[in-house]
Ligand binder design. Structure first.
Ligand code: ADQ
Length: 469
C-alpha cells in the first residue's frame, strides 16, 4: 500500500489539546494503524501572509504537517461558509443557515491554499484521503495542480437529499466538485441516497450505473457507505483502567450510590441538548420516585464559540439546567451536573463505563461516536442501557438501543424510566447485540475498507471500457 495522506481542516497535534471531535478521533486512530501524513490547519492564524511551507512534526509514525491561515479568511471560510452554511444545511436546519458570496470566495481561496501547500509534499505512491465538508473543492484543486494519485473524500456529517441541497446557490458546483474524487464515502445508506439524488438531478439517472459506480464524462467514481467505528479494544482497556483512577473514583463516590445517567456531546445545536434537558425535567416530574435517586451528568465542551448560533444554544442550556436544578435540587443532591469542559479520552471512557444509562439524542448526526464508545466501554456482565436517537447515523447499526425520536420529549423521558428499570438479562442481551456490531465494524475495518476502495479505484480509471460494458 502507498503512503496514506489524510487531510482535514483542523488537525490535533499530539501535544496541543485541541477541542475534541469525532473527525479527529477517527483520523488519528486510522493513521496510528497505517502510519502516514496528516495535513491541515494547525490552529494558528496570522494577519500577514502565512508561511508557504507547512510546519512538520513527526510522532509515533505519523507526520503532522500544519499550515497557518490568514485570520480574515479563516473567519469567512470556517465560521462562515463551513459552519454557518454547510453545517446547518447538511443537518437539515434551514433556519440556521446564512449564505454570503464573500464567504463562498474565501472557502474557494482557503481550499486553493490547502492544494498549493499540500501538492509539493505528495509522493508518487501516495493515497490521498480528504475529510469533511470544509474541503469539498480540494479534489478539483489538487487535480488542477497536476495531482494524479487516487483521491478519496469522506463526509463525516449527513448528506442531504437534492430537495434540501438545492437551497444552496452553489449546489451544482458542490456536486461537480465531489465528482473529482475517485472514492466518496458516506456514513449511511441514507446519505448515499441523498448524493445519488443530486447526481441524478445534475447528470441524469444514467450516470448511476447498476454496479453502484458513477460515471461523469470519462471518469468513473465509487460512492459507497463506510460507517465510521471506534477502537473497541482500546476503548475497553481504557475504560477498565480508568475505573482505578482518582478522578473516576471520586466521581463515583460523589454519586453516593445513586444511578448515573450520562451525556457526552460537543456543545452543538444538532446534538439535541435543549430537548434532552427538557425530557429529563419531564422524567423527574412524571416519575417522581427518581427524585434524589439519579444524577445526570452532561459533559458538553464548548465548540465553534465564534459562530452566533453556538452562543445562543449555550445560553439556552445554562437556563434549562438552572431551571431544573432550581426546581428539584436539594441540599445534598443536584439533578443535573452540567460541565463545559474537555476530559482525556481515558477518563471519559471510565465515566461512560460507570453510567447506568447513556443518552445520545441528537436531532441529526452523521454517525455519533459517543453511542459506539458507550457500548464499547460497558462492563459486559452488568452493562448500562443506551438511549439513542433514530436521527443519528448510529441508529442504523445499533437497533438494540432504546430508540427514540429526540423531539418527542415524553418518549425520551419514558425511555429514561425504562432504561433505569430494565432487568439485567435484557440489558445484557441488548448490549451483546450492539457490541457485536460495534466490534465487527470497528475503526480499523472503517480505515481498511476505505483505503482498499481507494486502491481499487486506480483500476477503475485505467480500465474504463471494461466498467462501461
Ligand atoms: P462530532 O459531531 O464531533 O463528530 P461524535 O461522533 O459524537 O461527534 O464525536 C465526538 C468525539 O469527541 C467522541 O469521540 C467523544 O468521545 C469526544 N468527546 C466529546 N466530548 C468530549 C470531552 N468533553 N472531552 C474529550 N472528548 C470528548 C463528527 C460528526 C459525527 C461523526 C464523527 C465521526 O458530527 O456524526 O460520528 O464526526 O465521523
Amino acid at each position: 500500500m502507498g503512503r496514506l495522506v489524510c487531510v482535514s481542516n483542523r488537525i490535533s497535534l499530539p501535544r496541543k489539546s485541541a477541542a475534541p471531535g469525532g473527525l479527529a478521533v477517527g483520523i488519528l486512530s486510522a493513521l496510528k494503524r497505517t502510519g502516514g501524513v496528516w495535513f491541515g490547519w494547525g490552529g494558528d492564524t496570522t494577519e500577514q501572509d502565512p508561511p508557504t511551507e507547512p510546519d512538520i512534526h513527526i510522532r509515533d509514525g505519523v507526520t503532522y504537517a500544519t499550515i497557518e491561515l490568514r485570520q480574515s479568511e479563516y473567519e469567512l471560510y470556517y465560521n462562515g461558509y463551513s459552519n454557518d452554511l454547510l453545517w446547518p444545511l447538511f443537518h437539515y436546519f434551514l433556519r440556521g443557515m446564512r449564505y454570503s458570496n464573500e464567504e463562498r470566495d474565501a472557502y474557494e481561496s482557503v481550499n486553493r491554499s490547502f492544494a498549493q501547500k499540500l501538492s509539493p509534499l505528495l509522493q508518487p505512491q501516495d493515497l490521498i484521503w480528504v475529510h469533511d465538508y470544509h474541503l469539498i473543492p480540494l479534489g478539483r484543486l489538487l487535480r488542477e495542480a497536476g495531482v494524479k494519485r487516487p483521491l478519496g473524500f469522506f463526509l463525516h456529517i449527513p448528506f442531504p437529499n437534492i430537495e434540501m441541497l438545492r437551497v444552496l446557490p452553489t449546489y451544482a458546483e458542490l456536486l461537480r466538485d465531489l465528482t473529482h474524487y475517485d472514492v466518496i464515502g458516506f456514513q449511511t445508506e441514507n446519505d448515499l441516497k441523498g448524493f445519488h439524488s443530486g447526481i441524478e438531478h445534475l447528470f441524469g439517472a444514467e450516470a448511476i450505473r447498476s454496479d453502484g459506480r458513477i460515471r461523469v464524462g470519462d471518469r468513473v467514481l465509487r460512492a459507497e457507505v463506510f460507517p465510521i467505528g471506534v477502537d473497541v479494544d482500546s476503548m475497553q482497556a481504557e475504560a477498565i483502567a480508568a475505573m482505578e483512577t482518582d478522578v473516576v473514583k471520586r466521581m463515583i463516590d460523589s454519586l453516593m450510590s445513586r444511578s448515573l445517567m450520562i451525556g457526552v456531546d460537543r456543545l452543538d445545536y444538532s446534538k439535541g441538548l435543549v430537548e434532552r434537558f427538557s425530557a429529563y425535567q419531564q422524567f423527574l416530574e412524571t416519575y417522581p420516585d427518581n427524585i434524589g435517586r439519579i444524577t445526570y451528568i452532561q459533559i458538553a465542551p464548548l465548540s465553534r464559540t465564534d459562530v452566533r448560533a453556538y452562543a445562543d444554544i449555550r445560553k439556552a442550556l445554562e437556563q434549562a439546567a438552572g431551571r431544573t436544578n432550581g426546581r428539584f435540587a436539594d441540599t445534598d443532591w443536584t439533578p443535573i451536573r452540567y460541565l463545559n469542559r474537555n476530559f482525556p479520552h481515558g477518563t471519559l471512557s471510565g465515566f461512560l463505563r460507570a453510567a447506568n444509562v447513556g443518552v445520545v439524542t441528537p436531532l441529526r448526526d452523521g454517525m455519533n461516536l459517543v453511542a459506539k464508545e458507550f457500548v464499547a466501554a460497558q462492563d459486559i456482565d452488568n452493562p448500562g442501557v443506551l438511549i439513542l436517537s433514530t436521527l443519528a447515523g448510529a441508529a442504523r447499526e445499533l437497533g438494540s438501543a432504546l430508540l427514540v425520536n429526540p423531539y418527542d420529549t415524553r418518549a425520551v423521558s419514558h425511555a429514561m424510566q425504562t432504561a433505569l428499570s430494565m432487568p439485567l438479562a435484557e440489558r445484557r442481551e441488548r448490549h451483546m447485540a450492539m457490541l457485536e456490531v460495534v466490534k465487527r465494524n470497528d475503526i480499523s475495518s472503517w480505515t481498511n475498507r476505505f483505503v482498499e476502495a481507494l486502491e481499487a479505484s486506480q483500476r477503475d480509471q485505467s480500465r474504463p471500457r471494461v466498467l462501461a460494458s
